[in-house]
Design a protein around this ligand. Structure first.
Ligand code: GRF
Length: 214
């Protein structure tokens, strides 16, 4: 796992591994881009292998990315799950198709550089959309971009604040991410790319039909 903050995503996965809701999954390494954050305490309390790799300790994104990739390679981890990881890094080719990210909105909307935490929910409320949710996608070298694997929708209520919407989306996130990770554990990494490709084809046919009906 790659983290940068409160670690609620990490804590959720640890709890589900501990109580058996998440099977055949181990967390072999946690890398945090910050040292004094709750997520680091959570990793330590769970006695997980932990590394701190701070962006500011590196002159450029290449050396920072290499400092992430070296321990990832060494850990032998098959899948990398980003949970509140806020730093841009460049994935080497061999990591494409095995790095997941979760975003607290229905991408491709309300994502991108600077779109994290309450800012996302503020933007959703400002747009006045009736539905929000969360997205699990395969990461590529753009913020909150890459093939979408799964989404879960939640209603936006007229009296919502960014905090109440974030809480409702958070509940959906804590269901969706373990669900996707369990599928990978059960069906292998290929399931991810197959699933993302099927979803992309479905999306394109939906858009084509809409266009045809206009
Ligand atoms: C989640 O809302 C996730 O969608 C976003 O960061 C938040 C997780 O933060 N990418 P954390 O796991 O509590 O640090």
């Amino acid at each position: 796992m790659l983290i940068s903050g409160t670690g609620s995503t990490l804590a959720n996965l640890i709890a589900r591994i501990d109580d058996g809701r998440l099977r055949n999954v181990t967390i072999d390494l946690v890398i945090s881009s910050r040292s004094r954050v709750r997520g680091v305490q959570i990793a330590r309390q769970a006695h997980l292998p932990l590394q701190i790799v701070r962006r500011r300790d590196f002159p450029d994104v290449e050396s920072f990315s290499q400092a992430l990739v070296t321990p990832l390679d060494r850990s032998g981890a098959e899948l990398v799950a980003m949970g509140g990881f806020l730093c841009y890094w460049r994935l080497p080719e061999r990591y494409f198709g095995r790095v997941l990210n979760i975003h607290p909105a229905l991408l491709p909307q309300f994502g991108g550089q600077g779109m994290y935490g309450l800012r996302v929910h503020e933007a959703v409320l400002a747009a006045g959309v009736p539905v929000s949710g969360c997205t699990v996608h395969l990461a590529d070298n753009e913020y909150d971009h890459g093939p979408i694997v799964a989404q879960r929708k939640v209603p936006v209520r007229p009296d919502d604040t960014p905090e109440t919407l974030a809480a409702r989306v958070g509940v959906a996130e804590r269901e969706l991410y373990p669900h996707v990770i369990q599928r990978v554990a059960d069906r292998g990494l290929e399931w991810l790319t197959r699933r993302a490709a099927r979803r992309q084809a479905w999306l394109e046919s939906l858009l084509a039909r809409r266009q045809a009906s206009q």
